[in-house]
Design a protein around this ligand. Sequence first.
Ligand code: GTR
Length: 420
Amino acid sequence: MRICSTLPYLFSIFLSTCTFVTIAQTNGNLDESKVGQYTLPPLLVKADGSKVKNAADWEKSQRPYILKQFAENVYGRFPGKPASMHFKVIEEDNKVLKGKATRKQIRIFFGEGENSPFTTVLLYLPNISNKKVSVFMGLNFEGNHSIDIDSSILITDYWLRLNGKTDIIVRGKQNRRWPVEELINHGYGVVTAWYKDFEQDYDQGWISGLRSSLAESLSIQTAEWGAVAIWGWGMSRIMDYLETDAQVDPAKVVITGHSRLGKAALWAAANDPRFAIVVSNNSGEGGAALARRNYGETVKLINDVFPHWFIDKYKTYNDNVSLLPVDQHMLLALMAPRPLYVASATEDQWADPKGEFLSALYAGEVYGLYGKKGLGTKVMPPPDQSVGATVRYHIRTGPHDMVLFDWLEYIKFADVHFKK
Ligand code: GTR
């Protein structure tokens, strides 16, 4: 893809982001006694004051109403796919990981021909019988080649243009977040793409990203959605590819995401019912955590540091969060009746673990409409112990990250719900 940026320029963005984050994090409240009172908008009371009667009523009126509120006040619109979008498998090897898996690398072109903008998707599938397999999906932060030391993973020209020839340092650097072999051993495939293929992560990133280049073909103005929305939208486009892959069971795709990419995964799953199971890992503010709880990152802090993540309307709530027509338990409720896993980490207070837990707890009301049990407890579990049924939660010991412990819990959760 396009764009030529110089390394010093990128380094300055990196430094300024770090400085902002440090300032913001010291400004945030991390004292539970200072959280204060807040009233959440009710999930099951409609705008006209009437009560949601049952699941059908929820699906017909309240769910679309809440989804629209999130689109108009927080994330922006979520358009469909471009008419000329097409796929090309550019690399395939059916004997990787000691013959246990197949690796495919696929280009998704978002326009006519091969000069149109694209993302490169990396897919590993277990070589098990002739059965279609379940797949975990998530975007990655540092390029496909960062998720594993596998030297056949392609580095896109776009990545090299942005980062220079530093691929050797990056290869496999994030492999703690992507236990590919473990997933394959459990019978799951895994699919990923680099989030910056859709849009770079700084306030002017939209200029070179798909929000600009696809504005016409998707009939959407750049300001009508934010970066979190386009990253989520990217996951729906990867799903479009998976639906065409004969080895994948598209009815068994688990969408995951860590942190800002957890926010994107939640917004994707809210809009796209094809994702069968939803996993939010340390997604925090603008993700699973309640916005009205004044703990850790707040609406104002996130908008000040990352003005490009959400639409401008969201900034109007910076100092008036109580006026937001929604809160994040309502976003989680949009996953119902699909299995939902929310995870926090003990050292990730910035993401407000308690706010993530409470949000998952309150979303349970909608699961109840479907006769399903949500978390089943009002008490936050001790570290490293999962609770819940259709809605599940854990707080892992350790920092803001997505590591093997988290993955093993997600695998167990998928095993249960996919009846593996
Ligand atoms: C932080 C931000 C969080 C979270 C995180 C991440 O700086 O404040 O909302 O998304 O970045 O994505 O790692």
